[in-house]
Structure formats: structure tokens, C-alpha cells
Design a protein around this ligand. Structure first.
Ligand code: FAD
Ligand code: MLT
Ligand code: ZN
Length: 479
């Protein structure tokens, strides 16, 4: 029995804080309410909690010491990275009994190995910094999303983040080769093997990816690198229907293969919202179309990408599959198009309160799903301001409903329940998923319970029990 497990020791928060200060020093422990505040709420303003202390360990060993102490004192831990998550996974409850463990001081790039084509990083490294370290080694790390300047690699792994290049490079699970994790009892599991082949039993790494802080604290990762894309071609297209965009996607994919990196969709209303709420944005096309897509090809060298894109879209225009297209001819035009796409999250926050649905369906089913969902919403008399956009190439829609900013908490809660039931029931009818890339967190926890089969729930609860029998890792989230 170690010193922490001595019976009869003082379990009060004063004892905990004193011990944490001994372990981490003043830089690693935040007790001041005003300094804690940014850690206690999410960026969407949906959740707010309370803690006795926020800890910021500087490395894996300090993290292990903190978790060991929390294990001995049965103190629940909410791990937090960049706090950019969409599902309330990193926000504590309001009991005051939980501790936030922020990974942001663990920000070392440990190694870039150009021969193995891997990068090894601390979990608190900001995604954009990992991308930059790869770039400096003339390699490419492809995970890309609107929050890349502030989200962390650990958060990306814990939510199995997706973003705009999944179509070509896969989501975070497909980009991770190895992990280092502090387990709920404080032991360190070193799974930092940068292997592309490893069939030595159950895949522990894949259990931690997407576990949203409920099985342990990810402290390090080995990630895959790729050759740098030196050429790209970008276009914006307008189409009269979602079915037409799906047909276009199929055609571009068949013609351009691996060169197709992004195929992002925005409804007319999503575009309108960005133009209204995000500065320095303007409509790429003169005519307004029901649906828009931002398409990007890239390659390691210029193999006539622009001509290829112009050719495939030109043909689609001739056949009236799409109504209009605009090609960029320099970096600032390309950046302006991406600014529109990446501005949708912010535009929704500025315009009101969004009920978010992060759903995945077979791509072929998307047009019928949207038609049926719109019809069902109209039939049920629910007034809707639908903000439909997403990663069409991955079958991932953000089928959101915007309510006025003045909507009170209780009204928001009951509207969310009603919209969720209607939309998620339909998603399940289409054999889809109610959680594609943002994670379950506290937002979709009850929905998960509602839709997962009892057998799947039982298996997940047994995994949780095996790793974290004291239930100290992010309680109230996911399960
Ligand atoms: P946090 O928000 O801090 O945490 C998220 C979850 O992970 C929590 O449950 C937390 O407990 C857990 N966690 C964090 N770090 C660790 C760790 N080291 N070990 C164990 N658990 C941990 N997501 C997409 O997938 N695709 C998008 O296109 C996308 N676009 C976005 C655009 C904007 C503008 C914003 C703000 C967010 C967007 N997101 C998107 C949400 C996305 O999930 C997060 O940005 C990111 O993956 C979370 O990283 P984070 O470090 O901020 O994690
Ligand atoms: C995005 O794709 O922009 C985000 O994942 C979605 C959102 O803000 O709801
Ligand atoms: Zn998204």
C-alpha cells in the first residue's frame, strides 16, 4: 500500500489541493475562481460546471502522479485539451467534486521520423503545431478542422475527430499508430509503437480513440505522416438539389481518385448565415442555388489538376448537373472560399442557438433522408430554420436547427428533445449514426442509450468497468 492509500487520510479538497501543489508546484495548480473560469465552460456557452481545482501537469509522469492521487481519493477527473469540443465532454458537472486535468502544458513535439513517416507528440500539442512540425520536416499531417488553431491532438484522438480531409486521409483513428495513456489507477501504458502492422491481440489503442476521456488520459501519440501536397485546385459549385451534388461527387471521385481531398456541402441557408455574420465574406457565385459545394483536389506535384477539375465540372455544367462553378486562380481566392466553409460554426453562434445533429449516413441515402426529414418536420408543424451543411464526401451532415438567441433554457431543452427524436429516429431507419465526429459527451449521452442495442451498451459498460472500476474518468459523459 503506498502513502496515498493509507486509511484515514484526509480526503477533503484542502488535502487534495495541498498534495497536488506538492506534486506539480504552483504553475500546475489553479485554485483561483477567476483563473478557473475559462476551463469551466464550453465555447458554445451550453454547459457550465464547478471544480475544486484545475491541474495542469507538465508531462506524463506528473499526469500519472495526479491520476494516482485521484484514484486513491476517489476524485473524478475531467480531462480537457483545447476545450473546443461540441458535445460538452470537457465541461465538469456542477457538484464541485470533480477535478479538471488540462493537458495544455504537455506541448512537446517529441520526434519526427521521416523514414517511418511518423510524428510523435505530447497529447496537449495544438493540432496546427503538429501540422507545422510535419511541414518543417517536408511532410504533411492531414487532419484539418475549423478549430485546428486551438484544439489538441489528445482531444482529436479522444473524440476521433474528422474534419475536411477525411474523404482522402481518414479520421483521427486512421491517422494514429500508437498511444501513451495514463490509466485510471495512475499506471502508464506505453503503446507508442509506430508500427503499421501489429496483430498482437486486442487493439488497446483503438479502445482509447473515441473514448472521450472515460478510459484514461492520453498523454502522447505517434501519428502517420504523408507527402506534402505541392499542387491544388479548388472550385465552388452551385446545384439545384442535393441529389445532383451526390451525383457530382460520384463522378469527381471516379475521375480524380485519390486526388480528391475535400467535398464539402452547404445549403443556401448555411451560406446566407455566413455572409450575414462573418466579416469579409462574399457569395462566390452570382446566382443563388439550393446547394453549394467546395471541392478541392491536391497532389504532390502538379499533374494538371486544374485542367482535370475544369474538365469534370465543365462537363457537369454542360449536362446541367450543376448550375454554376467558380475556380480559384490564387491562394487568396482559395482562402476566401475556405473562410466561408469554416465560418459556419461561428455564424451559427452569432445568429442564435443551434440544436446540433452530427449524423452519418450512406452517401447514397443522403438526398432521400433530407427529403424525408424536411417532410416530417413540416408534417409535425415544427417551425424550422434548418442549417444543413457538412462533409458530403464522408456522408456526414450537420443537420442543425437554429432557434432564436432569446430562446430560454427550458424551451431549448424541450425543442432539442423533440427535434432529436424526429431526426435521430429517421437516421436509424436509414441505418445511420447519430454521432459522426463530434463525440457523444453529455449532449448525446441519453440519445446513445436510446439507440444503441442493449447488447452494445452492455459490452461498452463492461469495458468501462474493466478499465475504470471506480468510475473516476469523466463520469456523466458518453455512457
Ligand atoms: P476538448 O474539447 O478539450 O475535449 C473533447 C473531449 O476529449 C472531452 O471528452 C475530453 O474529456 C476529451 N479529451 C481531451 N483531451 C484528452 C486527452 N488527452 N485524453 C483523454 N481524453 C481527452 N470536430 C470534427 O470532428 N470535425 C470538424 O470539422 C470540427 N470542426 C470544428 C470547428 C470549430 C470552429 C470548433 C470550435 C470545433 C470543431 N470540431 C470539429 C470539434 C472537435 O471535436 C474539436 O475541435 C477537437 O477534436 C477537440 O479537441 P480539444 O483538444 O479541444 O478537446
Ligand atoms: C464543421 O464541420 O464545421 C463542424 O464540425 C460543425 C459545426 O460547427 O456544427
Ligand atoms: Zn464537421
Amino acid at each position: 500500500m503506498n502513502q496515498l492509500q493509507q486509511p484515514g487520510h484526509d480526503h477533503s479538497s484542502a488535502y487534495l489541493i495541498r498534495r497536488l501543489q506538492e506534486l506539480l508546484g504552483p504553475a500546475g495548480v489553479i485554485t483561483e475562481a477567476s483563473e478557473q473560469e475559462p476551463y469551466l465552460r464550453d465555447w458554445l456557452g451550453k454547459w457550465h460546471g464547478k471544480v475544486s481545482v484545475v491541474v495542469r501537469p507538465a508531462n506524463t509522469e506528473e499526469t500519472a502522479a495526479v491520476v494516482q492521487l485521484c484514484h486513491a481519493t476517489h476524485t473524478p477527473i475531467v480531462t480537457q485539451g483545447g476545450n473546443t469540443g461540441m458535445s460538452g465532454g470537457a465541461t465538469p458537472d456542477d457538484s464541485g467534486a470533480q477535478v479538471i486535468l488540462s493537458t495544455t502544458r504537455m506541448n512537446r513535439i517529441r520526434e519526427v521520423d521521416p523514414v517511418n513517416n511518423t510524428i510523435t507528440v505530447d497529447a496537449g500539442v495544438i493540432l496546427a503545431h503538429a501540422q507545422e512540425a510535419a511541414r518543417q520536416a517536408e511532410r504533411y499531417f492531414p487532419l484539418s478542422l475549423g478549430a485546428e488553431g486551438s484544439c489538441t491532438v489528445g482531444g482529436n484522438l479522444a473524440t476521433n475527430a474528422g474534419g475536411i480531409a477525411v474523404l482522402r486521409f481518414g479520421n483521427m483513428r486512421e491517422l494514429a499508430l500508437g498511444l501513451e495513456v495514463v490509466l485510471p489507477d495512475g499506471r502508464i501504458w506505453n503503446g507508442l509503437r509506430g508500427l503499421r502492422k501489429d496483430n498482437t491481440g486486442y487493439d488497446l489503442r483503438d479502445l482509447f480513440i473515441g473514448s472521450e476521456g472515460t478510459l484514461g488520459v492520453i498523454t502522447g501519440a505517434v501519428l502517420k505522416l504523408f507527402a506534402q501536397p505541392h499542387a491544388r485546385a479548388t472550385a465552388w459549385v452551385g446545384a439545384a438539389s442535393l441529389q445532383q451534388l451526390v451525383s457530382l461527387l460520384t463522378r469527381v471521385r471516379a475521375r480524380c481518385g485519390e486526388r480528391l481531398v475535400a467535398f464539402e456541402m452547404m445549403s443556401a441557408r448555411s451560406l446566407e448565415l455566413v455572409l450575414e455574420h462573418v466579416s469579409d465574406t462574399r457569395a462566390p457565385l452570382e446566382s443563388k442555388t439550393a446547394y453549394n459545394a467546395l471541392i478541392e483536389l491536391s497532389d504532390t506535384e502538379d499533374t494538371g489538376l486544374q485542367a482535370m477539375l475544369e474538365d469534370v465540372l465543365g462537363q457537369a455544367l454542360e449536362e446541367e448537373l450543376i448550375s454554376d462553378a467558380m475556380f480559384t486562380s490564387n491562394q487568396s481566392q482559395t482562402a476566401a472560399l475556405w473562410k466561408i466553409r469554416e465560418g459556419i460554426s461561428q455564424a451559427q453562434v452569432r445568429a442564435g442557438k443551434a440544436i446540433k445533429h452530427d449524423i452519418a449516413l450512406p452517401i447514397s441515402a443522403l438526398p432521400l433522408f433530407v427529403a424525408q426529414a424536411e417532410q416530417a418536420l413540416a408534417d409535425s408543424g415544427m417551425t424550422t430554420d434548418l442549417i444543413n451543411f457538412g462533409h458530403l464526401g464522408d456522408g456526414n451532415l450537420h443537420f442543425n436547427v437554429l432557434l432564436p438567441a432569446s430562446t430560454e433554457y427550458e424551451a431549448m431543452k424541450s425543442a432539442t428533445a423533440a427535434f432529436n427524436r424526429l431526426i435521430h429516429d429517421l437516421v436509424i431507419n436509414f441505418n445511420g449514426s447519430i454521432s459522426a465526429e463530434h463525440g457523444v459527451g453529455q449532449l448525446r449521452r441519453d440519445e446513445l442509450k436510446h439507440y444503441k442495442s442493449p447488447l452494445e451498451m452492455e459490452l461498452m459498460l463492461r469495458i468501462k468497468q474493466a478499465f475504470d472500476p471506480n468510475h473516476i474518468m469523466n463520469p456523466g459523459k458518453l455512457l
